[in-house]
Design a protein around this ligand. Structure first.
Ligand code: SAH
Ligand code: SF4
Ligand code: F3S
Length: 470
């Protein structure tokens, strides 16, 4: 039994990272024989990608995927703890699983992901959710077959949560959701410790994969017919900072572009680590998509300082303008937190004016949520919840207005869409264009997986309609 420990999770003592290969163990290959599994994923793309590894490991153990948890013998919740409501969602699902377990005694339930790294969550599972069969942390992903086997042998809740990150595990099996677009991790963890954020505690120290391992993975994706890759990291712009030689995101993007893969996306970018050279490389290669997710969090330098973001409003705007002027046809999206402790109306108005200036193509807006173990948790917070909600509505009005305005500018223009599938209700096809905008259009299913020129005919706030351009 290994329990989460925040003190250990916060320490950043080790400097080097070893690479370890995942080893398939045939001793576990019959555990899931004839049994069905279901994985429910919450949170970010990194969690989605982890679930692709989980599914592949379960299939190596003989399990078969079902698309409804009611039909499963094994259910795993891959959880997120970024905000309180993410935790609530997973606990709600645990409630439903408890009911199911009353009629289906052999149902096995596991919980993993970022919530598993929280001390309080594991305590709660021991006190209120004793029937959960196993819990494993983000640093224990590759040990799933061993942990599951232990849970079966012991017959009581098995918990394995390492608080400290271990080695980088290469060659994990993966069952990819899409045949055309793939996630590729480039950096794990985060050392930024923004004062509101739990991620440095749940995902550990910043560790970059080597260029060789990343390029090898991309080349094999190209061979398998993949058209698009998304390079993943909590802060991809910090890529390589943990190496004892110089090789950063600009170098990596250039090497990835040279593999010839048709489309490269990357997320998430921290403004602090964005260099001019990175912008130049993005501008230079046609296969690096002109789409950048650049979270600002607040338009007030005073709040940014309290958040520990290490850039000012002016720094952000300078970077924003530089990217807009150098990268042709670029779209920029952002994340904004409203109601950070100590945010006054005046600070909020600065966020509003920044949103007016930047006219973001997309923005995820959140109410601040207190996360235990983070520095902001201890800051005095006087604004009422209704006052914060009012700010959120006002901000959403502005950002939504610009999503639509930007989309309207696309009308009659031609863009290229990687077709992902069909909309069941409307019978139309859908996919994303170079700017990561969702486009719907009528066409034959043979186009799925292809990159198709589409002329935009109609703009909505959240998506575009178009027709095939011939
Ligand atoms: N690594 C990314 C962010 C990951 S979390 C980055 O640095 O940009 C995604 C978003 O969740 C953050 O950008 C932030 O806007 C929001 N977020 C994180 N912690 C939060 C909290 N405690 N309350 C509200 N929103 C939060
Ligand atoms: Fe969280 Fe900040 Fe790291 Fe992003 S950069 S994951 S917001 S600590
Ligand atoms: Fe959530 Fe963990 Fe991602 S907290 S946003 S699943 S890194």
């Amino acid at each position: 039994m290994n329990l989460p420990d925040y003190k250990e999770a916060k320490s950043r003592k080790e400097k080097t990272t070893e690479i370890e290969k995942y080893i398939y163990n045939s001793n576990y290959s019959n555990i899931g024989y004839g049994k069905k599994y279901f994985v429910k994923t919450y949170g970010c793309q990194m969690n989605e990608h982890d679930s692709e590894n989980i599914c592949a490991m379960l299939e190596e153990m003989g399990y078969t995927l079902v698309d409804n948890y009611m039909d499963a013998d094994l259910v795993i919740l891959n959880t997120c703890s970024i905000r309180e409501n993410a935790n609530n969602k997973a606990f709600g699902m645990l409630g439903r699983l408890k009911n199911l377990k009353e009629t289906k005694k052999d149902l096995v339930v596991g919980l993993c992901g970022c919530m598993a790294q929280e001390e309080k969550v594991v305590d709660k599972i021991f006190s209120k959710y004793k029937w959960v069969n196993f819990v494993f942390g983000t640093h224990n992903l590759h040990r799933l077959p061993i942990i599951l086997n232990e849970a079966f042998l012991k017959g009581k809740t098995e918990v394995e949560v390492f608080s400290k990150e271990g080695n980088i595990i290469e060659d994990m099996p993966v069952k990819r959701t899409s045949k055309y677009s793939a996630y590729v991790n480039i950096i794990y963890g985060c050392d930024k410790f923004c004062t509101y954020c739990i991620v440095p505690l749940t995902r550990g120290r910043q560790r970059s994969r080597t260029k060789e391992d990343i390029i090898k993975e991309i080349n094999s994706l190209i061979k398998d017919g993949y058209k698009e890759i998304t390079l993943l990291g909590q802060n991809v712009n910090a890529y390589g900072k943990d190496f004892d030689y110089h090789y950063d995101l600009a170098n990596l993007l250039e090497d990835v572009a040279k593999t010839g893969i048709e489309r490269i996306k990357f997320t998430t970018s921290h403004p602090w680590d964005f260099t001019d050279l990175m912008i130049d490389v993005i501008a230079k290669y046609d296969n690096i998509m002109p789409f950048i997710h650049l979270p600002v969090q607040s338009g007030s330098s005073r709040i940014l300082k309290l958040m520990g973001r290490r850039y000012t409003r002016e720094d952000y705007l300078t970077l924003f303008d530089k990217i807009k002027s150098k990268v042709k046809n670029v779209s920029i999206s952002t994340d904004i937190i409203v109601g950070f402790p100590g945010e006054e109306e005046e600070d909020f108005l600065e966020t509003m004016s920044l949103a007016e200036y930047c006219k973001f193509d997309h923005a995820f807006t959140f109410l601040f949520s207190k996360r235990e173990g983070t520095a902001a948790c201890r800051l005095p917070d006087i604004t009422s919840i209704s006052g914060k909600e009012d700010r959120l509505y006002r901000l959403n009005d502005i950002v939504n207005k610009y999503f639509l305005e930007n989309n309207m500018k696309m009308i009659d223009k031609v863009c290229y869409v990687l077709v992902e599938g069909t909309n069941k209700k409307k019978g139309s096809l859908f996919g994303y264009n170079e700017n990561n905008k969702l486009v719907n259009f009528m066409g034959s299913e043979d186009l799925i997986g292809k990159i198709v020129p589409i002329k935009i005919t109609k703009a909505k706030t959240w998506n575009l309609d178009g027709e095939i351009y011939e």
